[in-house]
Design a protein around this ligand. Structure first.
Ligand code: NAD
Length: 497
């Protein structure tokens, strides 16, 4: 919905070509979208779960069938390689199937233990919040736009959605497929425009906000929502560590580190930017990792040849280059990479491995959100845990080594997801498990039960039979207290009560 009359020009990061003029929404458009969404939500929340599940399964099939054009769009808008764009197709399909299959169980009503067994019956209903605001980023323009929103509509909400201004076409294509799958038009409206204006207008009107983006913006949204006592889930930044244990398979860990650090050219919230390797295998790991990184094929074509593509914008390239330069100025050395590659594309930067990065360097604790990783040594598990837990973030961690040892280390790591012998994909693709951040990496969780229940209010409905909870009116207070005391003693002896 966009009637302001303004248009924003969209160019591809792959080669600078003009993609489209994007009509911009006004605050009045956001108002209109919410009004229509509120009306549509009334009818939608009364639809049955089987019909909603069928829409999700049709979306699943459409996303797989129409992947070629979606992959082109993701690449053209974000600059990433086709193989990394495909991760988004798979994630939408996984999420759609998961919620389609689980929907009835998740919101169909839940029996609970009543206060007085046999006399008190209790159900928990999941009531949709109303209209959910979804504010999505540019780095995963399809799945961060669609997967958070489909859980909201599956739960009976309507959505007003603002994609990032760098990637609106991918988001619109995803929403178009939802319409084709059968989602009524006003149940999901897309508005466009700058975050400070249009994002804020959504935040001020929504009954719940699902936000993915930077920690700074997320914190501002949480502050703003607190005035209206409206909830949010915030998926924010990270400075994700990887630990390689001394017993790890070095070649496997080195290959895994490549995926962990350089998917979507490092512009991935769960990407690894700090790599801690045990002293005893440091040199072997370093050499294997550097060899693999050097062999990566950088390319910006709309085909499957590239291992790694472009960054999304001049701003992302500038931040990446600044972090590398600043690390070098503070004593770091480049093991591989380190340079922009303008001859391959305006925003291309080599995958880069740094060593000897000092605490004074910006990239020591700050998120780069680019293809740069720092290698460090450690000598004891306690030291590795302390290093991994340093800083304010807590999104994802990766540990390589035998599963039993790695799980022990995992238990001590402050991160919402910990992947063993994988970088991030094992947890990210396991939709039956929650995903989100601790500390300044966010609040709330996407995926799993929590990922859908965040969009609902729990409503407890309790029905009482025979004996009122306050006791029988014809008896004295003392007699009722005696009856209840005897009842409580009986329940104490009943293991399942
Ligand atoms: P950003 O916060 O600037 O923008 C994200 C979205 O918020 C965009 O749609 C933007 O238009 C909108 N926005 C901006 N200002 C707003 C405001 N004041 N009110 C409401 N909406 C506003 O983020 P970015 O810097 O473009 O994205 C990169 C960051 O996002 C990185 O730090 C990365 O770690 C994080 N991220 C996290 C996840 C995750 O799942 N945890 C996923 C992707 C990106």
């Amino acid at each position: 919905m966009a009637t302001s009359g303004d248009t924003s020009e969209l160019h591809s990061p792959l080669d600078g070509q003009r993609l489209a003029g994007i009509p911009q929404s006004s605050v009045d458009d956001v108002d209109g979208a919410f009004q229509r969404a509120r009306t549509a939500q009334q009818a939608w929340s009364g639809s049955n779960t089987a019909d909603r599940a069928a829409i999700l399964l049709r979306l699943h099939d459409l996303v797989l069938d129409r992947q070629a054009e979606l992959l082109d769009l993701i690449q053209l808008e974000s600059g990433k390689s086709r193989t990394h764009a495909f991760d988004e197709i798979a994630h939408v399909a996984l999420t759609a199937r998961y919620y389609a299959r689980r929907l009835h169980k998740l919101i169909g009503g839940d029996r609970r233990l009543g206060a007085l067994p046999g006399l008190t019956s209790v159900w928990v209903h999941r009531v949709p919040k109303g209209v959910v605001g979804v504010i999505s980023p540019w780095n995963y323009p399809l799945t961060m736009a669609i997967s958070d929103g489909i859980a909201a509509v599956a739960a009976g909400n309507a959505v007003v959605h603002k994609p990032d201004s760098q990637t609106p076409l991918t988001a619109l294509a995803g929403v178009e497929l939802l319409r084709r799958a059968g989602l009524p038009e006003d149940v999901w409206t897309v508005v466009t425009g700058p975050g400070a204006q249009i994002g804020t207008a959504i935040v001020d009107r929504a009954d719940y906000v699902s936000f993915t983006g930077s920690t700074e913006t997320g914190a501002g949204i949480a502050r703003r929502l607190s005035d209206r006592m409206v909830g949010s889930s915030l998926e924010l930044g990270g400075k994700n560590p990887m630990i390689v244990l001394p017993e790890a398979d070095v070649e496997r860990a080195a290959a895994g580190a490549v995926d962990a650090c350089f998917s979507s050219a490092g512009q991935l919230c769960v990407s690894v930017e700090r790599l801690y390797v045990h002293d005893s295998i440091y040199t072997r790991f370093r050499d294997a990792f550097v060899r693999r990184v050097r062999a990566l094929k950088i390319d910006t074509g709309l085909d499957w040849r590239a291992d790694i593509g472009s960054l999304v914008s001049a701003a992302q390239l500038e931040k990446t280059m600044k972090h590398v330069d600043n690390a070098l100025a503070n004593g770091a050395s480049v093991a591989v990479g380190g340079n922009a590659r303008p001859e391959l594309g305006p925003y291309v930067h080599e995958p880069t491995v740094l060593e000897n990065v000092s605490e004074a360097a910006d990239c020591f604790a700050e998120e780069t959100f680019g293809p740069v990783v720092s290698l460090y040594r450690y000598s004891t598990p306690a030291e590795a845990i302390a290093l991994a837990n340093a800083g304010d973030y807590g999104l994802n961690a990766s540990i390589w080594g035998p599963t039993r040892q790695a799980r022990e280390v995992a238990g001590a790591i402050m991160a919402g997801t910990v992947n063993i012998n994988e970088g991030y994909a094992a947890s990210f693709a396991s939709i039956d498990a929650p995903m989100g951040g601790m500390r300044r990496s966010g609040m709330g969780r996407r995926q799993a039960d929590e990922g859908l229940w965040r969009y609902t209010e729990s409503q407890t409905v309790a029905a009482q039979r025979v004996m009122p909870m306050a006791g029988f009116g014809r008896l004295t207070h003392r007699s009722n207290a005696r009856i209840l005391t005897a009842g409580l003693r009986l329940l104490r002896r009943t293991p399942r009560a």
